[in-house]
Design a protein around this ligand. Structure first.
Ligand code: B12
Ligand code: SF4
Ligand code: SF4
Length: 374
């Protein structure tokens, strides 16, 4: 018989180098309530950009999908809050979770080490791990384990560490006594709902992810035109709903010592430099962070949108350069939009000139949408 305390201690030991963490245990049950919520969310189209369907709802709510004869889920919360760096004008905003070394690698390393030691203790392979890498409703099992509660911003809020926590799981066939869910919640607070610039949060613990800035900055196709002005200067992710959340504010930067920015450019990228970024700079400064997985063109597109929202005429030459020379049509199209937003004579003249030679239909459409208004 393997004792619950010994297993929890092994996880804490493995995580010790990575700042504060909490560990609690949920039963590996089929979670019908969450399954119904996921189905409803997918049917509403809230996750249309992710292509989630019924299969995802079924798999994510049954830990046996990850490990046959799963009996318990060790849910782990890793703190990651670090103070927002001060920003100079014309730099982009990057979310707290993304400016450090990619968390997946670090946390999977911790979970793997802990799982190996649990297997040794049990004398047989009894574990499987996940951290944003497998279809499991991580927040739902964490909430069931009492690691925290689901806030109206839909993030799991740990009582001690706030919501700036990553979640990871060790699913095991060991029968470990489950912990109780917390008896707490958001009450009448709705600060996150009021603060969200795009109206993505409905206030009933659901989100229209297709409106969330975090999703908009990660998608690989065009950002819907009507949403671009609402993205502001975010170039990766968004922290607004969490930064106004009282329990997250109270937690402060408790324990996140491993999450310092990898370099200043990743934390507060100069927008013009980001707009011009090619593979070598991308590989050097960005690829190893959590904003590296979508490639350089997505970040150049995001820089164009942020510059369109910054409305600074000094950036027109760089945007014209992107319009004329960026190899990716999506970046050229968003540069056209940004020039239209700035709307100076030089910006409009560049758009007129580009219309004469641009061959890509999507870019021509972006330019036409500006010129028709002027
Ligand atoms: C797709 C995805 C996204 C999408 C959609 C986000 C979302 N809210 O679902 C986008 C790109 C927008 C996104 C953004 C972010 N993400 Co994300 N994302 C995921 C991913 C891969 C799947 C989430 C999913 O299945 N969503 C579908 C929804 C329906 O499922 P759910 O959120 O689990 O469902 C809960 C709600 O529906 C809620 N619910 C619904 N109705 C009701 C009713 C009541 C009464 C209650 C109480 C609850 C409730 O209960 C469900 C279970 O808890 C997870 C990893 C994973 N495997 O879970 C990471 C994950 C959720 N993301 C994470 C992070 C860090 C973020 C960002 C903070 C990053 C950033 N700063 O930009 C933002 C937060 C934005 C926000 N407000 O949610 C962390 C969250 C950690 C935490 N503390 O909760 C996760 C768990 C990754 C990880 N391993 O750490 N993400
Ligand atoms: S991350 Fe930003 S855009 Fe997304 S729900 Fe929160 S405040 Fe709204
Ligand atoms: S801001 Fe208020 S309503 Fe939103 S998650 Fe935090 S406590 Fe809950």
């Amino acid at each position: 018989m393997v004792a619950k305390e010994a297993v929890v201690e092994l996880v804490r030991d493995a995580a010790a180098e990575n700042g504060a963490c909490d560990v609690r245990i949920a039963p590996a049950f089929v979670d019908e309530t969450t399954r119904t919520r996921l189905r409803a969310a997918f049917a509403r189209g809230d996750f249309a950009t992710w292509g989630y369907g019924d299969d995802r709802a079924v798999r994510a709510t049954d830990p046996a999908t990850i490990l046959e004869r799963a009996s318990s889920v060790l849910c782990v919360a890793f703190a990651y809050a670090t103070a927002a760096p001060s920003r100079a004008p014309l730099t982009g905003r990057v979310s707290n979770y993304a400016w450090s070394l990619d968390y997946h690698e670090r946390l999977l390393h911790v979970l793997r080490a802990a799982a190996r030691r649990i297997d040794e203790l049990a004398g047989a392979p009894v574990t499987a791990i996940a951290c944003d890498t497998k279809p499991i409703a991580e927040r739902a099992y964490a909430a069931r384990a009492g690691l925290g509660w689901t806030g109206k911003h839909t993030n799991l809020i740990s009582r001690r560490l706030g919501s700036y926590v990553f979640l990871g799981e060790i699913v095991t066939t060991l029968e470990l006594e489950p912990d109780a869910p917390l008896r707490t919640g958001c009450g009448a607070c709705s600060r996150c709902v009021d603060a969200c610039p795009t109206g993505a949060l409905r206030g009933d613990y659901t989100i229209d992810a297709t409106r969330c800035i975090s999703d908009l900055t990660q998608r690989t196709d065009a950002i819907p035109r009507e949403l671009r002005p609402l993205v502001g200067e975010w170039v990766w992710g968004c922290d607004i709903c969490q930064s106004v959340c009282p329990p997250t504010q109270r937690a402060g930067e408790r324990g996140a010592r491993a999450d310092a920015a990898v370099n200043a450019f990743a934390a507060t990228p100069e927008l013009v430099r980001l707009l011009r970024m090619r593979s070598s700079e991308y590989r050097r400064y960005i690829a190893r962070t959590a904003m590296g997985w979508r490639g350089a063109a997505v970040l150049r597109r995001n820089a164009a949108v942020a510059l369109g929202n910054a409305l600074d005429r000094s950036t027109v030459p760089a945007l014209v350069e992107a319009l004329d020379r960026d190899p990716h049509p999506m970046v050229r199209g968003h540069a056209a939009w940004a020039l239209g937003r700035i709307g100076s004579p030089a910006a409009l003249a560049a758009l007129q000139a580009r219309m004469e030679c641009e061959r890509d239909g999507t870019v021509r459409e972006e330019i036409a949408a500006v010129l028709v208004r002027t």
